[in-house]
Ligand binder design. Structure first.
Ligand code: PDD
Length: 277
C-alpha cells in the first residue's frame, strides 16, 4: 500500500519515521479517520475541518490547507485503488529531542496518512452488539481528536475481554460516549445523546444522525443520561465513521428493549444507507 508522508507518496516499506517524533514520545498530535464508499471520500470537508480545529486547540499549525488535505486523501484512495475502506491521517508536532514543552525554535509538523480496504460491518449493523459500562478515565478535552488514546484503549480492551464490542463510558454518573463511538438511546420515540461538550468527541456520524433525525421528524434531545436510564431505553445504538449506525442490544449482559435492533434504529440505518455514495 502507498502511504503519504510529508509531501511524498511512498510504499510502506520504504518510509521512515524518526524515533524523536513527538507523536511517539508524547502522543503529541491529532488524527482523523475518513470513510471511503464507492471510491469516494464521505463527509471529507467535515473531517478535515475537525482536524484543523483539533490542531488549533492543541496550538499546532497544519502545513496544508483543508483542501490540500482532501486532495492528499483523494490521491491515496486513487493510488491504492480503494473502493470501500477508509483513510487514516495524523499530524504530530514534529521531531525534536524529548522535552515536554514545544520545540524552540519551532519544527515542522509531521503529516502521515494511509488507506485501508475494508467492507462495511454488515453483520454488526444488522444484528447489533453487546457493550459494557466502563469508567471514563480520559482527560477533560475529549472534544479534541488527540493521538493520546490510552483511556480509550484500556476501555476497549476491557470490553473485548468481556466479549463485547464496545465500552460505554461513564463519568460522574452520566454516559458520555463510547471508547471510539458516540452513544444514543431512544425512549418513547425521542432520541437522546450527550450534548457536544468537552466531554465527548462531536462525531461526524453523530452530526449526520442528528440531521437524519430532523429530516425524518424524529425528535432529539441532546441531554446527558445516567447508566440506569440507558438500561431503561427502548432502543440503543452507537455511531462512528467505521461502525456507522450500530445497534447496541445489551449493556452489562442486560437486554435493551426486546434485545434486538429496534424499529427507529433501523429507520435511521436505512436513512443513513440512502445518503452514502
Ligand atoms: N473514532 N467518539 C470517540 C471517542 C471516537 O474516537 C470516535 C471516532 C467517535 C465517532 O466519531 P466519527 O463519527 O467522527 O467517526 C466518537 C474513530 C473512528 C477511531 O478512532 O478509529
Amino acid at each position: 500500500m502507498i502511504h503519504f508522508i510529508d509531501g511524498q507518496f511512498l510504499a510502506k516499506d520504504s518510509l521512515t519515521i524518526s524515533i524523536d517524533d513527538r507523536g511517539y514520545y508524547f502522543g503529541d498530535g491529532v488524527y482523523e479517520v475518513v470513510k471511503v464508499y464507492d471510491g469516494e471520500l464521505y463527509t471529507a470537508e467535515e473531517h478535515f475541518e475537525r482536524l484543523s480545529q483539533s490542531a488549533t486547540k492543541v496550538k499546532m499549525t497544519i502545513p496544508y490547507s483543508e483542501q490540500q488535505l482532501i486532495d492528499i486523501a483523494k490521491e491515496l484512495v486513487k493510488v491504492n485503488g480503494i473502493v470501500t475502506g477508509h483513510i487514516y491521517m495524523q499530524v504530530t508536532r514534529g521531531v525534536s529531542s524529548r522535552v515536554h514543552q514545544f520545540p524552540n525554535p519551532e519544527v515542522a509538523p509531521v503529516v502521515t496518512a494511509y488507506a485501508v480496504h475494508n467492507q462495511r460491518p454488515m453483520k454488526t449493523i444488522e444484528n447489533g452488539v453487546g457493550t459494557i459500562f466502563v469508567d471514563d478515565i480520559r482527560w477533560l478535552r475529549c472534544d479534541i481528536k488527540s493521538l493520546n488514546l490510552l483511556g480509550s484503549v484500556l476501555a476497549k480492551q476491557e470490553a473485548f475481554e468481556a466479549n463485547c464490542a464496545e465500552a460505554i463510558l461513564v463519568r460522574d454518573g452520566i454516559v458520555t460516549e463510547g471508547s471510539s463511538t458516540n452513544m444514543f438511546g431512544i425512549k418513547d420515540g425521542i432520541v437522546y445523546t450527550h450534548p457536544a461538550s468537552n466531554l465527548i468527541l462531536n462525531g461526524i456520524t453523530r452530526r449526520v444522525v442528528l440531521r437524519l433525525c430532523e429530516e425524518n421528524g424524529i425528535p432529539v434531545e441532546e441531554k446527558a443520561f445516567a447508566p440506569e436510564e440507558a438500561l431503561a431505553m427502548d432502543e440503543f445504538f452507537m455511531t462512528s465513521t467505521t461502525a456507522e449506525v450500530t445497534p447496541v442490544i445489551t449493556i452489562d449482559g442486560k437486554a435493551i428493549g426486546s434485545g434486538v435492533p429496534g424499529p427507529l434504529t433501523k429507520k435511521l440505518q436505512e436513512a443513513f444507507a440512502r445518503q452514502i455514495p
